[in-house]
Write a protein that binds this ligand. Sequence first.
Ligand code: DGL
Length: 277
Amino acid sequence: MNTCINDGRSELPIGVFDSGLGGLTVVREMRRRLPAEKIVYLGDSARVPYGTRSAATVERYSWNCTELLLEKGLKMLVVACNTASAVALPYLRDRIDIPVLGVITAGAREALSQPGVGRVGVIGTAGTVGSGAYPAEIGAIDPGVVVFQNPAPLLVPLAEEGWTDGEVPLLCAKKYLAPLVAEEIDVLLLGCTHYPLLIDPLGRALHDLGSNASVVDSATAMTADVVRALDEHALSRDAQQPGGLTCYVTDLPSSFQEMAGRFLGEPVGDVEQVDIS
Ligand code: DGL
């Protein structure tokens, strides 16, 4: 059920941030499922990657992103970055009074929705893996499921470069997945916004390593959470209205604009540079 209210809040945009381009994989799903919603996206391209930084630094960067988006007037905040969701969500929720959604719960739920799941492999940034957020979330939902993790940092620059096919990404994928396949995982959870772009080499690597594990990511499940939260808080826009997407970055808008189509699956309009540090 979609409920609209008339205090004007439902007209406000949904804010989404990521350390760079990767969060556009979440925006793509949101645009598909929620075409009437207005989305304001911030990519912190001046400070990407977050995945190699301390939790305190990621919290600070996440707060800077949140403050900028709040200036635009938001009804909801979506933290599309796995690393920021893993370490900064409670910090953000304590400080603002609109719904704040992260990708970890969605990804964990998606992994556990796979038939016969008993052993989940997670790849993500060093920050996400080190935080233990995915094992904690999966364990909270189903303590019987065993989780194995491996950081896969080189996949982020490969995705940013658009180097998503051929020998190099396949070799990297095999290197990162081999220890997980050795643990006989039945589900591989892509715990990073960038990894869905490497779905082909990751799938091929699993196949070459002799694994039948199914592959899930949080982008689709995340959108289901957004739909649910909009409904719960009566914040949905009238479905007949056109939505929209406005993008901000903290560095190099032209290169973001060039690459964004690959993540978004559609051309991105004007991109404005902002200073949030
Ligand atoms: N957006 C980050 C994530 O999903 C990946 C890139 C980074 O390290 O900042 O964890």
